[in-house]
Write a protein of this length. Structure first.
Length: 263
């Protein structure tokens, strides 16, 4: 059976996520209309637009979460690393391994910090001879959390601050070695200090992972992404380099939104 496969740097395609004629319905309501997007490999791309415009729906489609709802219908193609993730031959477990998801509110498991980090690794890499201690330390160092928790690894992840919990949730994905990280408003539950810390982390991960982040915070999109996509009523209106989109948008709808005329 085919599966999404790891690709080394010499073989990485230009685009990590590539969609064509993507349409999605919740029952009779159409939420996405002919979405054509090419999201560059190794870059941070933000997805902005008013509530209900299809941002989170698109994100969840890339991770095949929407299909759990029996009333969802999807047409079109979603390719991740040149693999059609909706091909019947593609294993869902491999999709979830390659495409990590971070949600609005941190959702650490009610187990130790150490076991949170190892949870996905144990699930996806059964029989691995890698040193668990090295895996835990490496993941926590990547998310800039090691120094804060190295003496509390047996404490429950749910005892951490919200900022630390969100970093832990990101760290939990890394031992599985995903290629793509999807972040659905990862800072919405955090205070300004926590938001700044997570944004710093996103920049630290840049290049090693392709990151697609949904945000309602336009200042955050401008600070924390290299390219930006503006969506409106289920359609992609504009996709540009972030600075260009905010300074010289090509579409009137984009200018109206970033200038606060609606949304």
């Amino acid at each position: 059976m085919n599966a999404i496969i790891d690709q080394d740097d010499n073989q990485s395609p230009e685009y990590a996520i590539h969609t064509r004629n993507l349409n999605l319905w919740y029952g009779t309501f159409q939420a996405l209309f002919d979405v054509d997007l090419s999201i560059r490999n190794g870059m941070i791309t933000s997805l902005i637009g008013p509530s209900g415009c299809g941002k989170s729906t698109f994100l969840r489609s890339v991770n095949r979460i929407n299909e759990r709802l029996g009333y969802v219908r999807i047409e079109g193609d979603i390719n991740v690393l040149d693999n059609n993730i909706y091909d019947p031959a593609v294993e869902l477990v491999q999709v979830r391994k390659q495409i990590g998801m971070v949600f609005q509110r941190p959702n650490p498991l009610p187990i130790s910090i150490r076991d949170n980090i190892l949870f996905g690794h144990r699930l996806h890499n059964k029989g691995s001879k890698a040193d668990p201690d090295e895996i835990v330390e490496s993941a926590l160092k990547q998310v800039l959390l090691w120094e804060k928790v190295k003496d509390r690894l047996n404490h429950k992840g749910t005892e951490l601050s919200l900022e630390e919990q969100q970093k832990l949730c990101i760290a939990r994905l890394l031992p599985v070695k995903p290629s793509v990280l999807l972040m659905d408003e990862p800072c919405s539950a955090l205070d300004p200090k926590g938001t700044a810390a997570v944004e710093e982390l996103i920049w630290e991960l840049r290049g090693e992972y392709t990151i697609l982040i949904v945000t309602h915070n336009m200042a955050q999109a401008r600070r924390a992404s290299e390219e930006c996509i503006f969506m409106l009523m289920g359609r992609v209106i504009e996709h540009q380099a972030t600075e260009d989109l905010f300074v010289t948008p090509e579409q009137k709808e984009t200018a109206d939104y970033i200038e606060g005329r609606y949304g």
